[in-house]
Design a protein around this ligand. Structure first.
Ligand SMILES: Nc1nc2c(c(=O)[nH]1)N[C@H]1C(S)=C(S)[C@@H](COP(=O)(O)OP(=O)(O)OC[C@H]3O[C@@H](n4cnc5c(=O)[nH]c(N)nc54)[C@H](O)[C@@H]3O)O[C@H]1N2
Ligand SMILES: Nc1nc2c(c(=O)[nH]1)N[C@H]1C(S)=C(S)[C@@H](COP(=O)(O)OP(=O)(O)OC[C@H]3O[C@@H](n4cnc5c(=O)[nH]c(N)nc54)[C@H](O)[C@@H]3O)O[C@H]1N2
Ligand SMILES: [Mo]
Length: 767
């Protein structure tokens, strides 16, 4: 008999089909117009051979090997019972805290965890470490660190990225032209952090096309917008969007098309910006001809596009990827600047936005209600690093660095505990991370799977998957609250984070502070109840917990008409000022100028990146490698399952190459190649794609790191983890975000024997 249980993941709500204690399938959530293909992959992952069955410890660590000993990743693991594991972990946490101070416990634990908001591994871990005296955390995120640090200076809040965005309903109804920097990606629309009840991105894009909105895909990749949208493709060299927008702004200023009235009323710094654009400050006019040389887009097309934008209701949107690059602040600042020069900000369906391409729910009609979430506990250590400065923190304990106007020093991290994230997926330049990782005394990892992170740990704690526990899914961009009911028995000896962390808290003498004397079932009622109370204060009635749980989901209907970002401000800039020092949009920021950063001055500027097709380094590494989000999984999650596996060539992650670039290297479809630069190398399988700009290559993120010689930094990844190639450098001293997209490589055919991909099997377990 098959039991049907409502559940949810980041890739969507679904109905779990369970027979004999095993997940045998998934059914789409009723009413979801576009359930993602990824739902079919869940059973493979939940029952994968890489599930961790009990706690383990690295053999060398057990024998007293700590900092600088045998490199992690190359040694067998020894099974432990839970009591011993808890004693070891609590002992290490107490020892490091008492010897070096709580900031030496690194619990930043960046990562997506599961969609469930109570059993959210990262939040649980941080509650535990906070209760035990504190830890070093991580600020911002890998998604849009540069953007979210910059935007408060420019428009007075990262509301642009995290609050309301220009709604699709309004784009369909009011915009006539939409420029999509980085396209609109249906593959990315499969995902919502916290789970989605309905996948709507594709539907909205189709409606915009049907309504006659002229869509322009400005991207190195034609496929960044589906053919069905009928978009024009404007191929651009990666990392040069700022130059394109400067060239367009030049046209607006020189042809009398800039909205000087809007700039005067609603912005500050237009004069300085104009002087820079016209070349009065640096002798270089940012003309369309100048921009053409950087972007590869003909000058006439740049000029025509600027005129078209000025002539009709226009929406500008940029994918978050644009700012995950060297000087990633600039394209986002420049997008706001271009939109301000067009003077359409605050009009329905027009202006600018970020991330319509990036995730389901960006621009979906929605009533703003608080989502369900587990609150953190105050962190007594008050210590953090900008999220992507992980390796540098390990390399330079006590070292000075700048961030957003502050002079800071790195903490001396001795113990890392990661739960719900995977730095061996998300971080750049993994060989450098591996070397720095050797400086740690102890690495604790909580994971359901023997992934690359668990293999580089000292103590491994087996976590349940969300299907093995009751939880609530809830996303800041969705209209649904989703019951995630337990559908499966716990795998082997895997435990819920809340349960074993309560035992660690007990060993540290802080159980009640961690649990607040509630069990998991009570917590679910409490966090749901808080969201319900908050909704009721906004005049929205949600059912009580029992009714919600019985129904399996709650939908909050959207308002008849959405709000328009910046409308109040634009109507009356003095009465409704922005939260910037001037109260207006800052095209020049005195605050930022006073930071004195040469890598992020007081107004948007063009910086030629160190790694892009126009760089000197391109003579040695002539291909610009983009590491885009995978259609076949979420980051490293589900890599072991059928959708991802079906995409591999000879078991390797695909690399897409322009046919002419492939031919020039004697490569054909299905060949295995070695992709390399000075930082590292991996294998990948060739997929020729004439929808790429020449000179551009793409490997999706998320193939599990599989070093040919485990434990040896610099060894070939035989599987295709793109982060052995990317560079680990902050976007600038302002945002310190990751710069993964600025990456040059070369590719050669691999003629040797093919090393086996072994990472989807468990590692060696010692007796
Ligand atoms: N080169 C390159 N790198 C990138 C990017 C890029 O564009 N290019 N993008 C970046 C971006 S935007 C992001 S957000 C990051 C994503 O980076 P991450 O969020 O770190 O990636 P995930 O693979 O989602 O990691 C989540 C981990 O949590 C584990 N997990 C799931 N459920 C549970 C649970 O209940 N308990 C525990 N203990 N663990 C659980 C999963 O097995 C997985 O290992 O990657 C970044 N890295
Ligand atoms: N299926 C799936 N969906 C996902 C995720 C996933 O792992 N899997 N991850 C989710 C997460 S955490 C995030 S943060 C978002 C990220 O969302 P995004 O950052 O928007 O996603 P990416 O795929 O990294 O980049 C989008 C496109 O930008 C283009 N691009 C890259 N560099 C440039 C450039 O310099 N200029 C221009 N014009 N275009 C460029 C690439 O061709 C790429 O296809 O995606 C989310 N959605
Ligand atoms: Mo992200």
């Amino acid at each position: 008999m098959t039991e049907l249980t409502p559940h949810a993941a980041h890739w969507g709500a679904f109905i779990a089909e369970v027979a004999d204690g095993r997940l045998v399938g998934t059914r789409p959530f009723p009413g979801d117009p576009a359930p993602p293909a990824l739902l079919s992959a869940i059973p493979d992952a939940v029952h994968a051979p890489t599930r961790i069955d009990r706690p383990h410890v690295r053999r060398g660590w057990l024998n007293g090997d700590r900092r600088g000993g045998t490199p992690r990743g190359g040694e067998p693991f020894v099974p432990l019972d839970w009591d011993t594991a808890i004693r070891l972990v609590a002992g290490e946490v107490a020892r490091v805290r008492d010897t070096h101070g709580p900031a030496s416990l690194f619990g930043g634990s960046y990562g997506w965890s599961s969609a469930g908001r109570f059993h959210h591994a990262r939040t649980q871990l941080q509650r535990l470490l906070a209760a035990a005296g504190g830890f070093t955390g991580q600020l911002t995120n890998y998604s849009y660190a540069a953007g979210m640090t910059l935007m408060p200076h420019v428009v007075g809040g990262n509301a642009v990225i995290e609050g309301p965005v220009v709604e699709w309903r309004d784009i369909v109804g009011h915009a006539r032209l939409m420029l999509c920097f980085g396209g609109i990606l249906l593959r990315n629309g499969q995902i919502t952090a916290g789970g989605a009840g309905r996948h709507e991105m594709g539907g909205w894009l189709a409606r915009a096309a049907a309504a006659g909105v002229r869509l322009v895909n400005i991207s190195p990749v034609r496929g960044d917008m589906p053919d069905s949208a009928g978009a024009e493709w404007l191929p651009i060299r990666p990392g040069t969007d700022t130059a394109l927008m400067l060239g367009m702004t030049h046209v607006l200023f020189t042809e009398g098309l800039a909205d000087l009235g809007f700039l005067d009323r609603c912005a500050v710094g237009a004069d300085r910006l104009r002087a820079y654009v016209l070349g009065e400050t640096d002798g270089v006019a940012k003309s369309p001809a100048w921009a053409a040389a950087e972007t590869g887009i003909p000058a006439e097309r740049i000029a025509a596009l600027a005129r078209d934008c000025a002539a009709q209701p226009t929406m500008l949107t940029a994918a978050w990827s644009l700012q995950r690059a060297e000087r990633g602040e600039q394209p986002f600042w420049m997008l706001v600047t271009l939109a301000a020069s067009l003077g359409q900000i605050g009009r329905r369906g027009c202006g600018f936005g970020f991330g319509h391409a990036s995730m389901n729910g960006m621009g979906t009609p929605r009533t703003e209600i608080p989502s369900v979430g587990l609150p953190g506990l105050p962190n007594p250590a008050q210590s953090w690093i900008p999220v992507a400065r992980l390796t540098e923190m390990l390399e330079r304990p006590g070292g000075a660095y700048d961030y957003n106007g502050r002079h800071l020093a790195y903490p001396d991290a001795r113990l890392v505990w990661w739960a719900g994230g995977n730095p061996f997926h998300h971080h750049q330049d993994l060989n450098r991370l591996l070397r720095a990782w050797a400086r740690l005394e102890t690495v604790v990892v909580s994971e359901p799977w023997w992934n690359s992170l668990a293999r580089h740990a000292d103590i491994v704690l087996p976590a349940t998957t969300s299907l093995e526990r009751d939880d609530i899914g809830s996303a800041g961009r969705d209209r649904f609250i989703l019951a995630m009911k337990r559908a499966l028995p716990r795998h082997a000896q895997a435990r819920d984070e809340f349960d074993y962390m309560a035992d660690v808290a007990d060993a540290l003498g802080v159980r009640d502070r961690f649990t607040q004397q509630r069990d998991a079932a009570t917590w679910l009622r409490v966090i749901y109840g808080r969201a319900r109370d908050a909704a009721s204060r906004l005049g929205i009635d949600l059912p009580d917990f029992d009714a919600f749980w019985r129904a399996g989901s709650v939908e909050v209907p959207p308002p008849a008409q959405g709000s328009v970002p910046f409308a109040d401000f634009v109507r009356a800039p003095h009465a409704a000022p922005l939260n910037t020092p001037s109260g207006r949009i800052e095209l020049f920021s005195r605050t930022i100028a006073d930071f004195g950063y040469d890598d992020c001055p007081g107004h948007p500027v063009w910086f030629a990146p160190r790694e892009y097709l126009g760089a000197k380094l391109a003579a040695r590494f002539p291909l610009h490698l983009l590491s885009s989000q995978p259609a076949t999984r979420l980051h490293s999650q589900l890599d072991q399952a059928r959708v991802s596996q079906a995409s591999k060539l000879h078991g390797r992650e695909p690399i897409r190459l322009h046919p002419a670039d492939a031919e020039a290297r004697g490569l054909k479809a299905g060949d295995v190649v070695r992709v390399f630069n000075d930082r590292g190398a991996c294998l990948a399988g060739v997929v020729p794609d004439d929808g790429l700009l020449r000179g551009v290559a793409v490997i999706s993120t998320g193939a599990w790191l599989d070093p040919e010689r485990p434990g040896v930094p610099g060894s070939l990844c035989v599987h295709g983890n793109v982060n052995v190639l990317t560079q680990d450098v902050g976007t600038s001293r302002l945002g310190q975000g990751p710069s993964a997209q600025s990456c040059l490589v070369e590719v050669v055919r691999w003629d040797g024997a093919l090393p086996e991909v072994t990472v989807h099997r468990p590692p060696e377990i010692a007796a």
